[in-house]
Ligand binder design. Sequence first.
Ligand code: 5AD
Ligand code: SF4
Length: 440
Amino acid sequence: MSKKLYLETYGCQMNVVDSEVVVSILNKEGIFLTDTLDNADIVLVNTCSVRENAEQRIRGRLQVFNQYKKKKKSIIIGVIGCMAERLKEKLLEEEKMVDLVVGPDSYRDLPKLIQSSETGQKQINVLLSVEETYADISPVRYDSKGVSAFVSITRGCDNMCTYCIVPFTRGRERSRNPETILKECKELSASGYKEVTLLGQNVDSYIWNENETQISFAELLEKVAISSSDLRIRFATSHPSDMSDDVLHIMAKYDNICKSIHLPGQSGSNNMLKLMKRGYTREWYMDRISAIRRILPDCTISTDIIAGFCNETEQDHLDTLSLMEWAKFDFAFMFKYSVRPNTYASKKLEDNVPEEVKSKRLTEIIELQRELSKKNKHKDIGKVFEVLVEGFSKKSDENMYGRNSQNNVVIFPAKNLEIGAKVNVKIFRCTSSTIFGEIV
Ligand code: 5AD
Ligand code: SF4
């Protein structure tokens, strides 16, 4: 008898793929997705721990499921992913209605754990693995429009930045067998997909050893570009310490590799970078940006920035602003520092930047980025870009939207283009987040 699964996913792109892996594993056991809670036998929440507010939001959802379980006692509620890994048994104590706690490396065990929890016994598996990459599992792209898909190439992270929970929730870094990556990309293309994004916490540290040969990220990227020449290829996330010129040259060599790089800088101050144990200096980071500009003049660059990390002075903050102005980022994800339990920073450093100062600095960072984004987009006016059509604009069904190679959202008047088509669009207007054009 088939059962129904209601699944919610929070956090990063990696969690999106993980949920697709979970659906694939459960489908084989006769458990299928439903969109509505009312039909569900099982509820799974794939969670994120990266900042306190991510966890709070998820706790809010768990309360909703708690109310629901009061009405329907037979429903099984599971927390999977990073919060499951971080909190382990504590989660069962704190959230009484949770039946199941499963960490990111234990999804193969889900069918068994679900079955066991039907007896009313709480189930938990939060073992981390040094090998698991789910390489043989074909993710079920249940929430996609059939145009663009994420493909995981590494799991975990060995960097140990002092603020970051990820090494604790996702474990040691491991790379996935390249043959399975190439195969997955080919299958995606065969089923109509037009774009893949290769995913890892730090794609540049991808390494595969076999028969005395080594495959680096640059080599993997080239293999994917050649063997799936009909796909657009993106990747995330790059790490400033490890991003080599080799990768940039491969990007330059293949038209189907998109010209956009996400290179989180976190701060422009050497004091902060050192306390964060990022493994590079401001000058090194600037050198990497210069290399991108030199080798890939059309490439957009985005970043992540943390405001108000431990001991951050006004001068450190000004250094971040000046780095942003120098780098002229196209886009940024910007956050206030949030202490994560068990990290080096939580144990050894003091979260001593007052909340109002963090807020003020974050606002200044956001405002500067808005200006930079707008200036960058302004430069696109008059240019023609190839756009991969993703759908209809939210505001009007007279307009369609898609992305260019630079990962900018482009809106243009059109009605009957196929989703997944490619069109050339000439840009005539922009805001800080979107560019507008007409098909030429
Ligand atoms: N507080 C604030 N932001 C954080 N990030 C990671 N850990 C924290 C934290 N403790 C941000 C970093 C990272 C992005 C995914 O989330 O900028 O690049
Ligand atoms: Fe992704 Fe990090 Fe959040 Fe885990 S904690 S879901 S790895 S962003």
